[in-house]
Design a protein around this ligand. Structure first.
Ligand SMILES: Nc1ncnc2c1ncn2[C@@H]1O[C@H](COP(=O)(O)OP(=O)(O)O)[C@@H](O)[C@H]1O
Ligand SMILES: [Mg+2]
Length: 167
């Protein structure tokens, strides 16, 4: 595991805290990201649901390991707390593209007996707004955004999107 507490390269001036780390693309990294996320959000006294955030991180990192793995590359987790209380969770992997992203989020992809193919739906049901974008040099970032408990007029107005850049 390589650590990179790195500053974010985005233009959002409403960032209160940011934290990032890189992990080897193996299953045991999922547990580490859960521990680190809980510790970080607790340290920030985040006013959202930390259990939900940990679950979202877990699903996105699991996906990076399962679907975005490339030999010799790491995955990156970045947590960004916005002034409005929203939490942006970015998980980056080295594989570009996200085939059938819309299909993965479609309701009919979730029959009750299905065990696989539910991770992104779980994220969505926890209130996570899921997007993805290509990274400039390598792979992509899958992003989930969770609301904090405070109402935010900038969020309501669609101004508080923190949608630029990736680790
Ligand atoms: N990081 C990723 N890179 C590429 N494809 C992905 C990634 N994350 C998810 N996917 C695609 O979206 C689908 C749905 O993901 P998910 O809902 O977590 O279900 P599961 O991982 O159990 O298949 C995956 O089967 C995969 O095809
Ligand atoms: Mg999954």
């Amino acid at each position: 595991m390589t650590t990179v507490a790195q500053h974010l390269q985005n233009a959002d001036t409403h960032t209160v805290h940011e934290w990032a780390m890189r992990y080897t693309m193996v299953k045991r990294s999922v547990r580490l990201t859960r521990i680190h996320t809980r510790r970080t959000l607790t340290g920030w006294s985040w006013h959202g649901d930390i259990d939900d955030a940990v679950l979202v991180v877990s699903e996105l990192v699991t996906n990076a390991v399962q679907h975005g793995r490339l030999a010799g590359h790491l995955l990156a987790l970045r947590l960004t707390l916005l002034e409005c209380g929203a939490l942006v969770i970015d998980v980056s992997d080295p594989v570009p593209g996200f085939p059938n992203f819309a299909g993965a989020l479609a309701r009919d992809a979730d029959p009750p007996h299905r065990e696989r193919g539910r991770g992104l739906l779980v994220v969505a049901r926890l209130g996570g707004e899921i997007t993805w974008f290509e990274r400039r040099f390598c792979g992509k970032t899958v992003r989930a955004r969770l609301a904090g408990t405070r109402a935010c007029r900038r969020c309501d107005d669609g101004l508080c999107t923190n949608s630029q850049g990736g680790p």
